[in-house]
Ligand binder design. Sequence first.
Ligand code: 26V
Length: 750
Amino acid sequence: MIEQRIEAICHKTIDNCSDEELYSALLVLVKEESGQHVTPVTGRKLYYISAEFLIGKLLSNNLINLGLYDEVRDCLKSHGKSLAQLEEMEPEPSLGNGGLGRLASCFLDSLATLNLPGDGIGLRYHCGLFHQSFADGVQNESPDLWLTKDCWADRTEKTYTVRLADREYSAHLYTISVIGYEGRVNRLNLFDIDTVDEALIREGISFDKTAIDKNLTLFLYPDDSDDDGRLLRIYQQYLMVSAGAQLILEECAGRGCDFHNLADYAAIQINDTHPSMVIPELIRLLTQKGIGFEEAVDIVTQVCAYTNHTILAEALETWPLAFLEKVVPQLVPVIRQLDEMAKSRSEDASTAIIDDDGHVHMAHMDIHFTHSTNGVAALHTEILKDSELHNFYELYPEKFNNKTNGITFRRWLMACNPRLCALIEKLIGPGFKKDASQLRRLAGFKNDTWVLEQLIQIKTANKQDLARWLYSSQGISVNTNAMFSIQSKRLHEYKRQQLNLLYLIHQYFEIKAGHLPAAPMVAVFGAKAAPAYTIAKDIIHALLTLSRVFAADAQVSRWIQIVLVENYNVSAAEKMIPACDLSEQISLASKEASGTGNMKFMLNGALTLGTMDGANVEIADLVGDENIYIFGRSSKQVIHRYAARDYAAADWYEADPNIRRAVDFITGDAMCAAGHRESLTRLRSELISKDWFQTFPDFNAYVVRKNQAIADYAADPMLWARKALINISEAGYFSSDRTIAEYNNEIWHL
Ligand code: 26V
């Protein structure tokens, strides 16, 4: 069947097809096949609006979800072709920065798998997150032009007119089919304008930020370190929400909605504050259709719900009213009226939408004018209620709720770790693929020597795969008998890659002093630093430089190798996560809203080394103390210390010889000879004079806990494998199917 269909699409035999032709043919085949699965919508439908959808490559996942993967792989194999090789040709759509965008994509997979009608709404950026390369120990950025001839995003006939500043733009709709696992087919709607011009890109990823007709959807979330960049973000956000709101109203009207009853037809989830302007935009459109202002506000409040993804104050968007007056003057009267209403509900200035300085607080508008505000892990939601959004919680206790994040097991187990998936299926059958709670049955094998040995073998084989890939892509050889510790996530001070850096330096001194580690280690990092985030780039530089210093020292490199994976993205994560022994989740407690990498590593049999932050807290609760390595100050202690403003990094530096030794090494002779003194000096002084995310108070606890993990790993591999098995068996809770079922039962009611 498959063979005939591929040959019919190509008009020649498989043997005569090039890899490019086969890849194109599979794209056509998947699109034809998914067309068969589209089912009409009845009742309420969800629209998940998000500035980011970090979809990753789609071919394998779509084939798996259509149940065609094995058949296609075997068919190609019988002709001497490899599906894995064809997958390498697919460009990765990196339309997101990290967890927030990947979460949106996992949610779309689960919606379709659970047979729920739910479409995504976003932007078709021509360049996703920049491509990262390293040269001379420094991160370089280049444009990621992912739109190639064969593409999952289909151009439709539909356009929507959007008014921006003094001009009208035509937002063109593109769609990507979202194929559920043995489920329905939903849609990811992405808007773009036809006049975008890739020739606008100059050196690296710089471009003229003021040429809106040419740059509007040119880049994912352009740099917002200057006003032109910030304005461009507002242009992008409004293009997305205005076209999106028009699409929603059109679809609902098409299904018989008269707009007074919009809430019976649509639920809208606002993913962080980037799509918040959908609130005033929908109110504006509804009033244009003859609905009174107050009723429009009620309708929109019933339809919309908001998810908060961070407590970092600097990440909560506020826009100067003057910016909104320039780009979206039509929204300003609506926002002013909403601000009046908010002020009539509470006199507390901290809950105002427009503050005394004329800044519009997008999150405040979300909380006042949606019916639900949720955090993304239990601890995060509690911190929102108790501290960050406490005044809102007092005003609307009924609106606050928690939805602990999740990940799709189709991509993060079935597709990326076929060996482990096959073992699990052999042990407990295939039911876990749709009902992740069945993974618990694996715990019954915790004393089964054969199963534990299999787990060890699978991990070794996955490490060998990763090693081969590192060698072929970056020319790096790693010791696959070593323990693999992996910290992969965006580079940010609160995530504390610098704590890992200090640990590695500490171990250098220990090895030099003859205190050898219990096992050799490969310390792997994957991280992109925002182009304008100087300290983040300094941390990357320090890691790259340290990696060179270690590699040049035979005594040290026998024990520790440091690897920075270039251009960390979803595809790289799919190779790294199955090979990991120790998952580094070491953010400053209270700062990581949830984390989702932590869940992916756990599911693939890594043990977590982490602080009591985000979803680590829930992982620890599930697996128990003996199956996780927890260290560091609690979120309560951290929040207290911030409130007291009494943290002085310099005091810790002065008082602790181990901290001083590690910090001073950053600008010592070896590092300065291999790297750039200016960058290294800046990092060292930043740590001593600021250390905003309190690495020093957690330093010793981190060293002790990590060395304990290495000792356990070395002492008894079978006991380690047993701990890994417990982690896998408890990972079912973190399936995004569970998360989506909760959103549906408690917020959307589809
Ligand atoms: C944004 C920004 C923007 C400006 C400066 C610094 C900064 C720092 C963080 C952010 C994050 C924005 C929202 C976000 O991506 N949150 C992530 O959402 C994930 C999915 O819920 C969650 O797992 C991560 O913990 C959370 O950081």
